[in-house]
Design a protein. Structure first.
Length: 397
């Protein structure tokens, strides 16, 4: 009888010890197949998720109403999935998955019973090898017997969502990003001027100046009034092996007297409240702007910042300084300085990268300047001079 009582008390103690502890809600595992990798997320609650590609990263946002839960993952060594981390917010869990090659495709499926999210990840280079198995067979060269075909197999197999253009041999590439476009009009001036139109005009002028004076290839993220997602702008840089990246914007603010030029480079924490506001406006997503506060912050931030851009932060700052100096000199606008902010378009970019806010479209005086050819030419020339000054020292290193 005493033994039975002790046994029951022992069970009760174990139950009470586990009571109130968070239950594992998300289990993450990675499995590799011959031509793809499968990431499996098992959940104890229904999954509502969104997926977003950003350079070599896949960001999975899972909405949850659970307040107290754990995230577990298995150990893995995958040729496609390099690493993954997570952060738990008040109503969501954000998984950040680093892929070994930025040229990848993914597809996913959500199941209800059991609650699962299944993500398949394929590398483009592996897909091309499967499509062209003969390319993997060694054979003697046939100089004159080859059939005519595209020099770039990726061009033949590109999906509609892949940014156009790949790197040319021999020439370094400068990528210019005219901010906004299509339905994303950006800031709007008192007289009806749209940011998307101004940035494209300035970008075209800048491209012309660079091509006339520098032995560089110039790629625009858009050369017409179309929608281009932020992740595809960054992907265009990496797909073309960009040497330098400049994103062009014009500013907007509720205070009409706000004026001047400023140049940004990437930073987790915004330099000031206005930089924070600007990053929020350009990203159009509070989740990408707010710093994540949780015990797992280091996990996700190590991945978010373990990207090629981390190696270029110092150089990005130098590029920003050079461009800002020339803007001050040529435009005669108020010097608002160089700043850091978590702009999404700069993340994942594998080269020195800056975002230039030329002037305030919300200021009627500066709007009148912005619509003139002289001012636009001066902006393009200022950015060009800043680029050339930076490139002199960058190439030497």
């Amino acid at each position: 009888m005493k033994k039975n009582l002790l046994f029951i008390l022992g069970l009760c103690a174990l139950f009470l010890q586990g009571f109130g502890q968070p239950q594992t809600a998300l289990k993450i595992s990675v499995e590799d197949q011959e031509d793809f990798s499968r990431l499996l997320i098992d959940s104890s609650f229904p999954l509502q998720s969104t997926l977003e590609k950003n350079g070599p990263y896949l960001v999975v946002k899972i909405r949850t109403e659970e307040e107290d839960y754990l995230v577990q993952r298995n150990s893995f060594k995958s040729p496609r999935v390099q690493n993954l981390g997570w952060s738990k917010g008040a109503d969501n869990c954000i998984l950040t998955i680093k892929i070994s090659d930025p040229d990848f495709r993914y597809e996913y499926e959500t199941r209800k019973e059991p609650h699962q999210l299944i993500i398949k990840i394929r590398l483009i280079k592996e897909m091309l090898q499967l499509d062209n198995p003969a390319d993997n067979v060694r054979r003697e060269p046939e100089p004159k017997a080859r059939s005519r075909r595209s020099e770039n197999p990726a061009q033949e197999n590109r999906s509609s969502e892949e940014p156009a253009g790949t790197a040319s041999e021999g020439l370094r590439t400068i990528v210019i990003d005219p901010g906004h476009g299509g339905l994303e009009v950006g800031a709007k001036g008192k007289f009806g001027t749209l940011e998307k139109d101004l940035t494209l005009d300035i970008a075209l002028r800048l491209r012309s100046i660079i091509e006339k004076n520098l032995a560089y290839r110039v790629v625009l993220t858009r050369d017409k009034d179309i929608d281009v997602s932020l992740e595809n702008r960054a992907a265009t840089v990496n797909n073309n092996r960009g040497y330098v990246f400049v994103s062009l914007h014009v500013n907007g603010y509720f205070r009409k007297e706000a004026n001047g030029s400023e140049t940004y480079f990437l930073g987790l924490n915004a330099t000031d409240e206005e930089a924070r506001r600007m990053a929020y406006f350009e990203n159009n997503s509070a989740a990408m702007e707010e710093r994540i506060q949780s015990e797992e912050e280091d996990d996700i931030m190590m991945i978010l910042w373990d990207m090629a851009q981390t190696a270029y932060i110092q150089k990005s700052g130098q590029l920003a300084e050079n461009i800002q100096k020339e803007l001050n000199s040529l435009l005669g606008t108020t010097n608002r300085g160089i700043k850091q902010a978590p702009f999404k378009v700069l993340t994942g970019v594998a080269c020195p990268a800056v975002l230039v806010e030329v002037a305030f479209l919300s200021n009627p005086v500066e709007e009148r300047k912005l619509i003139t050819e002289d001012f636009q030419n001066n902006v393009a020339m200022a950015v060009y001079r800043g680029l050339t000054n930076f490139l002199r020292s960058y190439i030497q290193e």
